[in-house]
Design a protein around this ligand. Structure first.
Ligand code: CP3
Length: 501
């Protein structure tokens, strides 16, 4: 993944070597003297330059200053609108925007080198995308990622059906091990925090252009093989009558948790239409996703949703849930059946809107014994998998589920998600290799170093032993504070080490 011979324009001569090392042809001029900047402006307007990387606000000021002095502002704007523009820091990004130009990439790390190497991975894609947009008459001045529609020559679903991710779901042989990451879009990314700005998380989830943009951003920046729709599992509880709030520093809170069977009877049915913003986000992001990248839809599973609805928040011991479950089994089953209907309708609408796979998150089910899982959960998750629209693979994921994996497989799913506590080789063996698996690097490893990350990625791949049907992922979501460079290093390492040689 490099510039592949593209011309990369910079005003900082010291970056020339780094660009060359990443396969680009540097186009350099001195920033300080007017003549140098004038020559640079000539080259921007006259040559086939794909990428423009400026590292200091002064460089942007100098560029526009000389363009104004020599009557060339319009030709500068025209030229830059077609290029992939990289900015080293928020101050540069703000300046570009003040000239009504969009910035296509700003790294999480600082400094020119991070900009050069980060942009190298995206340049071919971004230049292609931007030029196609300009050719199609799209104004890229202040565009968002989702403004660009890919023009498919063939059936997009056909193209995506041959993607490594969907092939692995079907346990077909792939050229390399596909990878995507739980919580691949989120607070660990500066770009996410900027997009979110001071918006409330729930409002954000209900703004399709924004969730579509975030979905796409994660795919572009990380280079993963699948997109997961940016949404959350808990808004589905709202139409039932639960009061949901995301409290900063605490996470999600249900202000009116239920603790009695009578309360279950008073709940509303969650109609799939209540989540219309999710289907709209799917329809918005699909045409903008690279043609080979499938989109994963998802829902919380009944137990995990019930856990929030009964505990009112995350829990260590799940005392209220288990007490409810054991003391009023009839009410429990009524509640779970209600949730299972809601989840089924919700996932089927997502499939109808175009997702290529669905994942059921049963994040908290690992707190149950196998017997309790079989009695209190399996019938309901089983109902969901049995009633999904056919043709779209499903992934069944939980955390701390080492002793439940066989039962989860019985409930359903073409792919079983593994957390990092289990040995992948052993777990897959126990599943008799007749289901695909997804996992299972410890997300905490991402805090170490690229070398350590690579070593652990290799270990996970070794456990999978090149068997068809392994999707590389973390054992649980990326944690806030994880360096984005490390996440990218993981994706690159998996692609390199998981290739068939
Ligand atoms: O994976 C992705 O990139 C898609 C987005 C996604 C989110 N939540 C975004 C989110 C997905 C797939 C989820 C699923 C989810 N949500 C689960 C199941 C997966 C898991 O992690 O076990 C659960 C249990 C939830 C409930 C939830 N929502 C919690 C516990 C939290 C707070 C934790 C946190 O990271 O702050 C949320 C909020 C939430 N969901 C955030 C994001 C990016 C953080 C919101 C913010 O402050 O910006």
């Amino acid at each position: 993944m490099d510039y592949n011979g593209l011309q990369v324009a910079v005003l900082d001569p010291s970056l020339g070597d780094a660009i060359g090392a990443c396969g680009g042809k540097p186009v350099v001029s001195g920033p300080d003297d007017a003549e140098g900047v004038d020559a640079f402006l000539d080259r921007l307007a006259g040559e086939d330059i794909g990428v423009l990387l400026l590292t200091e606000p002064d460089q942007i000021r100098a560029l526009f200053g000389r363009a104004a002095a020599t009557g060339r502002v319009e030709s500068l704007l025209d030229a830059v609108r077609q290029m992939a523009v990289g900015s080293a820091a928020p101050a540069c990004t703000d300046l570009w925007r003040s000239h009504h130009l969009s910035v296509d990439y700003e790294p999480d790390g600082t400094g020119g080198e991070a900009l050069v190497s980060g942009m190298a991975r995206l340049a071919g894609y971004l230049v292609n995308k931007k030029r196609t947009a300009v050719d199609g008459g799209v104004d890229t001045s202040s565009w968002q990622r989702i403004d660009m529609r890919w023009h498919f020559e063939s059936d997009p679903y056909g193209t995506r059906g041959e993607s490594a991710f969907l092939q692995a779901c079907r346990r077909e042989k792939t050229d390399y091990t596909p990878v995507w990451l739980l919580r691949q879009a989120g607070r660990y990314q500066r770009a996410y925090r900027e997009l979110k700005s001071d918006l409330d998380f729930l409002d954000m989830c209900k703004t399709p252009e924004l969730t579509a943009e975030i979905t796409l951003m994660a795919v572009e920046r990380l280079g993963v093989d699948a997109a997961i729709l940016f949404a959350d599992i808990l808004p589905l509880l709202q139409p039932m009558g639960f009061h949901l709030e995301y409290v900063t520093g605490q996470g999600p809170v249900i202000h009116n948790p239920i603790r009695t069977g009578r309360a279950v009877d008073q709940l509303e049915e969650a109609e799939p239409e209540s989540q219309h913003f999710v289907y709209e986000a799917i329809r918005t992001v699909l045409p903008a996703l690279p043609p080979h990248i499938p989109l994963i839809g998802f829902s919380g599973a009944p137990f995990t949703l019930a856990a929030y609805a009964i505990e009112g928040q995350g829990s260590r011991d799940f005392r209220h849930v288990k007490t409810f479950m054991h003391s009023d089994p009839a009410a429990w089953h009524a509640f779970m059946a209600r949730l299972a209907r809601a989840v089924t309708g919700y996932l089927n609408e997502q499939i109808e809107a175009g997702v290529h796979a669905v994942q059921l998150f049963d994040s908290w089910v690992g707190c149950l014994s196998p017997d309790d899982y079989r009695t209190f959960v399996l019938p309901h998750t089983g109902y969901i998998f049995a009633h999904l629209r056919p043709g779209v693979p499903s992934i069944h994921f939980g955390v701390g589920t080492g002793s439940l994996l066989g039962l989860m497989r019985e409930a359903g799913g073409e792919v079983i998600g593994l957390d990092w506590r289990v040995d992948l080789a052993e777990a897959w063996q126990n599943l008799e290799h007749d289901v695909a698996v997804q996992g299972n690097l410890d997300p905490m490893i991402l805090f170490s170093s690229p070398e350590v990350i690579r070593k652990h990625a290799a270990a996970v791949l070794h456990k999978a032993a090149g068997r068809p049907g392994h999707i590389f992922n973390l054992g649980h979501g990326i944690l806030p504070g994880t360096p984005e460079d490390h996440v990218i290093a993981l994706v690159d390492a998996v692609h390199e080490l998981g290739s068939v040689r």
